[in-house]
Design a protein around this ligand. Structure first.
Ligand code: ATP
Length: 790
């Protein structure tokens, strides 16, 4: 940390953060460039009467870095009020007292007095977490992530990991760190896009939690909710075994989802199956977040706390399509609900005898599927019940998380015969599975909108109630991705500053800190006592925006940290990282592997928040990355402008705006606007919101920021340049070929999920008309499945 202890606010220091007064109670800790405090706030937070909040104070070196925080703050705002997400209260930015172009950002959020999950786990080294505890944590975090996936368009967290979970005083586990959040990223279509996405993923994700489709972009899958599901699977595995499933072998194992379950501690087959299911190599075979929660609840023996919003959307979509032609007899087709909202007339078929079709080993022993009672879905699931109860009885519905409860509760529930005979896991952990997945590559998915679109589509301060409207979210299959999205680009995301990223070179702070930093680069941060290293086991990236800012501050070389970048994305690479591990006995009972294979740079730019938009821009720019990055600056395109303008016009607009567009100011969000203030102007430029200037009415001094030269004395490598350079290093055989628009043939037994697909498709393509053929097909399909309804 580049700040001395003198910079720490003393208890009693008073600040203004947005519309809140904050009085420092205590300095808690430092994270990267952030200082974390508890503070008493006035007025108390509306969402909770608590007067104690957490104040995060961050030094931001420059404007582009401010964009990063903006994306994080915006994501927090969208999720505010969800009890499984660390709640945003207020924020504020101003120029720092040091006149070097740096800024100070204050973020007030809910204070989680229980500390971090990582710390909790470290208290349980001798007595590992029991299944009930694992399930409780997983359920909470799944609900937090569900709140993101439920948005339309959805938000992808991209950095789900143990370290990003905090515990509130009521022992609720909460997701934090939204610095890596993005919208759905469609598969890159050309080398420029490929390099851009690759770079963005390296910056914003953590190696051990990276999904196969993130490592091997040539597979042609979008980075979407299913990538979060993978990370959540790794998270769940680590909760159980205190290490990640791919710790030993690394990427080669990730690419084929090759892992084993340790024999200790012992967990039920159901839980292991769930993990395996979530870690399906093929993203289309992973469950969606609602299905994960349903299964967690089933294992817990409790009702599922959320409705399956994917199903609801699909049903609504179907209803919309069919209403004009089909006389829908609700009474015949819809399941009857009892007073507790339980379905009472839906046959529930659950096979306990389905053999598990997986070559995966469970601590060396074959899985006894018969004792499992539940087998994960082999294929994208057909419409699921909103929730399944643990027993073979009726599905149960409860009104759980308010933030996810629809104000438009559907009038009917899906009439489902949930046939578990059809469920099973087909994944084989052989290299051929990769080939198979390649052969069924989904056609490119066009962008679903950048984060600015997400923000505008999901207004803050409002419960994400539109989640039950038609979904633009991919649920289960890649088929939907064959429908290119036609979401209009309403405005160019403000955070177009990847070229500004700088690299780590620690230049200040104590010797201990420097040592710690260095360790972090190569092996993860050490915690001298803790055997569960917050970064050690999780690989290379720490993806909070604040962490990035720290690295941005400290300079360093991106290139130096990317010796193996090419290999890392080479699916054919057989490079084993086994030599890169050394065993370290970190406690009497746990032996941890220390990942020492090269880390990638983690400099973050705001690009993470705008990748879809950026890809669109790249796509339109035939002259490639060079020109793209030239125009890669904060741009404002109005909503009306953005709609389907020609390529030339859009490029012209972008270039023009990047050069001289005056910024439209509004006055909400970060606080009041001080006209003329550059920080406020920037904030407005980035977010249509404003920041307060000099709101910082502290009696304490402003933290010192090292001069750029000092903190970045070696090299500042622009991300764009580096990416281009790396692009040259990609062997020609690995040059991305345009993804084949090959659409895998859908097995007939999966036709039910067509409803979901249609819903998704329709949601993506707002302007697309449903053809007669499709309607006929829908009709036929509907008649076949619900004969009583017609
Ligand atoms: N809302 C909160 N309530 C309680 N403690 C918090 C809260 N936010 C952060 N902390 C504590 O501060 C630490 C650092 O916070 P955070 O991770 O957000 O900062 P950072 O700069 O992103 O750090 P890093 O670079 O290590 O990720 C966390 O590990 C946690 O212990």
């Amino acid at each position: 940390m580049n700040q001395s202890l003198n910079d720490i606010y003393q208890p009693g220091t008073e600040l203004t953060v947005g519309s809140h007064r904050a009085r420092i109670i205590k300095y808690l800790t430092s994270g990267g460039f952030a200082h974390i405090y508890t503070a008493e706030i006035c007025p108390a937070d509306l969402s909770s009467p608590a007067k104690i909040a957490c104040l995060k104070r961050v030094l931001v070196p420059d404007k582009p870095s401010l964009n990063v925080l903006r994306a994080e703050v915006d994501a927090m705002k969208l999720l505010r009020g969800n009890q499984h997400v660390v709640s945003y209260i207020d924020s504020h930015a101003a120029k720092s007292g040091v006149h070097d172009g740096s800024y100070e950002v204050f973020l007030l959020m809910e204070y989680c007095s229980g500390g971090g999950l990582i710390d909790f786990m470290n208290t349980r080294l001798q007595n590992r977490l029991q299944e009930g505890e694992v399930l409780k944590i997983t359920s909470d975090i799944t609900q937090g992530i569900a709140a993101m996936h439920a948005l339309q368009p959805p938000l992808i967290h991209r950095d789900i990991k143990i370290e990003n979970v905090l515990i509130s005083d009521d022992r609720t586990f909460k997701v934090c760190d939204f610095g890596s959040v993005c919208g759905v990223i469609r598969p890159p279509k050309n080398p420029q896009e490929f390099n851009y996405v690759q770079h963005d993923i390296l910056k914003n994700t953590t190696a051990q939690y990276r999904a196969p489709e993130m490592i091997d972009l040539y597979r042609g899958y979008p980075i979407n909710e299913k990538s979060d599901i993978w990370a959540l699977g790794v998270f769940l595995y680590k909760l159980c075994y205190y290490t990640t499933p791919f710790e030993k072998v690394g990427e080669a194992a990730i690419l084929h989802s090759r892992f084993q379950f340790p024999s200790y501690p012992q967990y039920s087959d159901s839980l292991k199956h769930l993990i395996s299911f979530m870690l399906s190599e093929n993203p289309t075979q992973r469950p969606n977040i609602c299905q994960v929660l349903e299964e967690v609840s089933r294992i817990q023996g409790t009702p599922c706390p959320l409705r399956n919003f994917y199903v609801t959307r699909a049903m609504q979509q179907q209803q919309q399509h069919q209403q004009p032609k089909i006389k829908f007899d609700h009474s015949a087709s819809q399941p009857k609900l009892d007073s507790a909202n339980n379905i009472i007339n839906v046959p529930f078929k659950m096979s306990h005898n389905q053999p598990l079709r997986s070559t995966q080993t469970f601590a060396g022993a074959p899985v006894n599927a018969a004792s499992n009672g539940y087998l994960p879905a082999l294929k994208p699931l057909p419409i699921q019940p909103v929730s399944s109860s643990f027993t073979n009885g009726p599905f149960k519905f409860i009104e759980g998380n308010k933030a996810l409860q629809s104000k438009q509760t559907p009038h009917f529930q899906p009439p489902i015969s949930h046939d578990f005979n059809r469920l099973g896991r087909s994944q084989t952990f052989t290299p051929t599975s990769t080939l198979a997945s390649r052969s069924s590559v989904s056609p490119p998915l066009a962008g679903r909108g950048d984060i600015s679109k997400i923000i505008s589509a999901n207004p803050t301060n409002v419960e994400p109630s539109p989640i039950y409207l038609s979904s633009g979210t991919q649920t289960d299959d890649g088929f939907a991705s064959s429908h290119a999205l036609k979401l209009e680009r309403t405005k160019s995301i403000a955070s177009l500053s990847s070229s500004e990223s700088v690299e780590s070179q620690h230049t200040g702070g104590s010797a201990t800190r420097r040592f710690g930093q260095k360790l972090k680069v190569f092996t993860g941060e050490r915690r001298s006592i803790s055997p569960i290293k917050s970064r050690q086991n999780t690989g290379d990236s720490v993806r909070s925006a604040f962490a990035t800012l720290r690295r941005g501050f400290s300079g360093g070389s991106f290139k130096s940290e990317l010796p193996n970048k090419r290999n890392s994305l080479d699916i054919s690479s057989t490079s084993s990282h086994s030599n890169g591990f050394k065993f370290r006995v970190s406690s009497s009972e746990s032996i941890e592997e220390e990942n020492v294979y090269p880390r990638f740079s983690h400099s973050r730019s705001s690009s993470s928040a705008s990748i879809v938009s950026d890809l669109d821009q790249l796509q339109q720019d035939d002259t490639g990355a060079k020109n793209y990055y030239k125009s890669h600056s904060p741009v404002k395109v109005s909503a009306t402008q953005g709609s389907r303008s020609s390529i030339q016009k859009r490029v012209q607009d972008l270039l023009k705006n990047s050069q001289d567009s005056p910024v439209k100011k509004t006055a909400h969000g970060y606080g009041m606007l001080s006209p003329g203030d550059e920080a406020a102007e920037l904030a407005s430029q980035l977010t249509n919101e404003t920041m307060l200037q000099n709101v910082h009415q502290s009696t304490a001094s402003t933290p010192k920021v090292l001069s750029p030269a000092k903190r970045n004395s070696s090299v500042v490598i622009k991300a764009g340049q580096q990416v281009s350079k790396d692009a040259e290093e990609v062997p020609s055989s690995r040059k991305p070929a345009p993804p084949k628009p090959k659409r895998p043939k859908k097995p007939s037994h999966l036709k039910a999920d067509k409803i979901i697909k249609e819903a998704e498709t329709s949601a993506y393509e707002h302007s697309v008309d449903i053809s007669d053929i499709e309607i006929d097909e829908l009709e036929k399909d509907f008649k076949r499945r619900f004969p009583s309804a017609v």
